[in-house]
Design a protein around this ligand. Structure first.
Ligand SMILES: Cc1cc2nc3c(=O)[nH]c(=O)nc-3n(C[C@H](O)[C@H](O)[C@H](O)COP(=O)(O)O)c2cc1C
Length: 324
């Protein structure tokens, strides 16, 4: 019980996930207790040139607050111009620098996790933004690029802090691990102990127990819930309740899941600006994340993935029953 009491009030945020954490996902997550969210990552160059995709990525709502934005890029001047553009378009609490994306099309330009290979550049970007922006600048990084090196990881984190970053989000994997493999709690702990600014841990937070493990093992100030929130917005309240009073969560029933899924789909129908044909496919994917594990859903999985309209999908969801 002691450790539960000492862990009261860590911050529980929804992590940025490109292609996933759109307005509908954020609204659902917030309704279950996500304290803070991020817009999906935006590219600095596209922001400066006003790419039409950005207005879709930056779609928001008065209930979608507080919210941060995350920029990916490698040129300090372009990053600054992009940040200023973002601030003029949307109300954000802070600006995050993506220093963790492992996608080759990003890292080959020196951006995302590529910045971990050129920490002087990362530091320059932070300093440039901090000197000109009136909102806090944060960094989301990995524990390394292609090899585990604890002292290098701590050095990079300290450089971010010394350059003016106000919070560090750290995904406990090196970039070459992608999204699989164990979480390096030791590295996150070493960073937390070396820094004065808040440190958030990220990685494998799939339920309340994994959340507690991250907090216990690293001593971090907050956590980012990422894939654990897919089809499972309950995770935010479950973590909060468990940390507050050690209560094991109630597993949502199929009908509770269907109710929240329908709300999520209604948000997509209302807010997602994509072609109608793509929209139905997108909704189908979201539906499968909620229905995963129900045998009757498995049977109509192909139908769900092929739906051509919102209405058709609702009919299919109603067909998912508890009996096997
Ligand atoms: C589909 C997907 C998209 C992601 N997009 C971003 C992103 O745009 N920016 C970012 O900093 N991290 C991104 N991440 C990383 C997550 O924020 C998180 O750090 C990572 O998934 C580890 O947490 P998990 O193991 O609990 O999922 C993404 C992860 C996934 C699975």
């Amino acid at each position: 019980m002691d450790s539960i009491i000492t862990l009261m009030n860590p911050k529980i945020y929804l992590a940025p996930m490109a292609g996933v954490t759109d307005l509908s996902f954020r609204l659902i997550s917030r309704s279950f207790g996500a304290a803070h969210c991020f817009f999906e990552m935006v590219d600095s160059m596209s922001t400066v040139y006003g790419h039409p995709k950005n207005s879709r990525l930056l779609k928001t709502h008065k209930k979608d607050s507080p919210i941060a934005a995350q920029l990916v890029g490698a040129d300090p001047k372009v990053m600054l111009e992009a940040a200023e553009t973002l601030i003029s378009l949307v109300e954000i609490t802070s600006l995050d620098i993506n220093s963790g994306c492992p996608a080759p099309k990003i890292t080959k330009k020196g951006a995302g996790a590529g910045l971990l290979k050129d920490t002087a550049k990362l530091s320059k970007i932070i300093k440039t933004l901090v000197s000109k922006l009136r909102i806090p600048v944060t960094v989301k990084m990995r524990t390394g690029y292609s090899r585990r090196d604890l002292s290098e990881c701590v050095r990079t984190a300290k450089e971010c802090e010394a350059s003016g970053a106000s919070t560090l989000f750290i995904h406990g994997r090196i970039a070459s691990q992608g999204y699989s493999g164990d979480i390096d709690y030791e590295a996150i702990r070493a960073v937390k102990e070396a820094l004065k600014i808040p440190v958030f841990g990220s990685g494998n937070i799939f339920d309340h127990l994994m959340a507690k493990k991250m907090l216990d093992e690293t001593g971090c100030d907050g956590i980012l819930v990422a894939r654990g929130a897919l089809g499972n917005p309950w995770i935010f309240k479950n973590i909060e309740n468990y940390l507050e009073c050690g209560k094991d969560p109630k597993i949502p029933t199929l009908s509770e899941k269907k109710k929240v899924l329908k709300k999520h789909l209604a948000y997509i129908e209302k807010y997602k600006d994509i072609r109608l044909s793509n929209k139905a496919g997108y909704m189908g994917k979201v539906a499968m994340t909620y229905l995963k594990g129900f045998p009757s859903a498995r049977r109509i999985r192909d139908d769900i993935c092929r739906v051509r309209s919102y209405k058709e999908l609702l009919k299919l969801i109603n067909r998912v029953k508890i009996k096997r």
